[in-house]
Design a protein around this ligand. Sequence first.
Ligand code: KIV
Length: 266
Amino acid sequence: MANQSNRMTVPKFMKMKTDKKKITMLTAYDYTMASMLDDAGVDSILVGDSMAMVVQGHDTTLPVTLDEMIYHAEMVGRAVKRALTIVDLPFPTNHLGVHKTIEMAGRVLKETGCQSVKLEGGAEQADVIQALVSAGIPVMAHVGLRPQSVHTMGGYKVQRNEEVLLEDAQSAESAGAYGIVLECIPNDLAKKVSEALTIPTIGIGAGPHCDGQVLVVNDLLGMPSDYVPRFVKQFANLKTVIHDAASEYIDEVRDGTFPAKEHSFK
Ligand code: KIV
């Protein structure tokens, strides 16, 4: 049983903004990675629908299904002892009507042990956010660049419409969202939005003025990806580490160096 007093909760997460403590968030999609990130002390772990791209190898986030999200989120939910856990509602779950969305988000909480959901949208999702929150399901909203709307937005582009962004963010807050991801918006605009809200803003490609930051863990670790967005900082280069380890293993098996005496039984 997790030490509950140590556990990050939605109210504690929200209080970090009032306390002016920067919030950290990373994605994870399995037990091992989630355990390591939790041990490292990250404040929140998101089972993102970026899984469709970095785990499943698709070009967009659209193909991942609710059952697949639940399968991975259950591993993360079981691994995490301290961080706040968040699960993305995959496309087009939150557009299927309020009752269907409650049913699906309810499955996420019941079957994964995770604590909250994230959905893409702001003003036009206010009724859904309100209904989920009143059903006891904490919601994080996601505005600015919304990857699930990549075809409508015409690509992964920086979003600069101040009026739309402010309206989306404020509507999400009024509807009861406990936090909001700001993706790919100019620094000044992210600052304005962050100052206008009482709930924490978590930025990705939104500059330093957000209340917290999120990165896709594969990007942070420098795991294989053909495209590295400008906002990503690779804090490690696991692609090279993994390539070199695999090459060494192949060579040692081929030349008979591995397995050696110490790896074998008498
Ligand atoms: O799916 C995801 O990983 C996300 C983050 C990039 C915020 O939504």
